[in-house]
Design a protein around this ligand. Structure first.
Ligand code: ZN
Length: 240
């Protein structure tokens, strides 16, 4: 019997993985980037920002994907993925990360449960930031943000001072207003962070509308009513 060596299975080793060590090849990052770009585009489509103002981030492990500075969200492609570590060092991409990086990173460092941050210049919310130190509790959705939403003091955009003021205003909350600037909210997902921004802007619009009627002042929820709303919201969404 002739024994042929041809076709032996011994040489069939795993092909070398050219992409090993390239973090952009990770599907989780690619999916998160696609979701981030969609969320950033939604802030424009829904009128929460104009042009490239505002920014969005999402945390995947110890990497924070962020919208780059000054690039139209319509033009962002998969290869534009921009990411930093929790100290702000760029680990993915070549585009310059958003100038509001200090605020985004401060949120992730302060709350390990934070997985996404949305910052906008929504017009009604920014208008409220010019008028009061705290959005009056006009609606039970106040409870969805942890309680009456505070206004952080004004500081120049992109500064650590702004990030510190924001953290103080966020104590016990998942969103705050930034005086003469805009909004910031966070959540366990991009959808949740985005929804909190939309609810905050809607409540600001509601309060401005009601408080603009001459001779009347809006009725506000009591702390007990807000506590009750918090309890009810905890069960919301689990009843199918
Ligand atoms: Zn801004």
């Amino acid at each position: 019997m002739t024994y042929s060596r041809a076709g032996g299975a011994e040489g069939a080793a795993e092909p070398a993985r050219e992409t090993a060590g390239d973090p952009t090849a990770e599907p989780a990052l690619e999916a998160a980037w696609a979701e981030l770009v969609a969320t950033a585009r939604r802030t424009v489509a829904d009128g929460l920002v104009v042009g490239t103002s505002g920014n969005v981030s999402v945390r995947v492990g110890d990497t924070v994907l962020v919208t780059p500075s000054g690039v139209s969200y319509d033009r962002l492609a998969p290869h534009d993925m921009t990411g930093v570590d929790l100290d702000g060092r760029q680990v993915l991409g070549t585009l310059v990360p958003t100038s509001e990086l200090p605020m985004h990173l401060a949120v992730y460092r302060a709350d390990p449960g934070a997985r996404a941050v949305v910052h906008t210049h929504a017009v009604h919310a920014t208008a409220v930031s010019l008028l009061v130190p705290e959005l009056p509790p006009v609606h039970y959705m106040t409870a969805a943000l942890g309680g009456p939403v505070r206004v952080a003091p004004y500081a120049a955009y992109g500064t650590d001072e702004l990030a510190r003021g924001m953290l103080d205003a966020l104590a016990g909350r998942t969103g705050c207003l930034l005086r003469n600037h805009g909004t910031i909210t966070y959540g366990a997902s991009l959808d949740q962070a985005y929804d909190r921004t939309a609810q905050l802007e809607w409540m600001c619009r509601l309060w401005l509308t009601a408080s603009s009627v001459p001779g009347h002042s809006p009725s506000l929820l009591t702390p007990a009513q807000l506590t009750e709303a918090t309890e009810r919201l905890r069960g919301y969404g689990q009843r199918g």
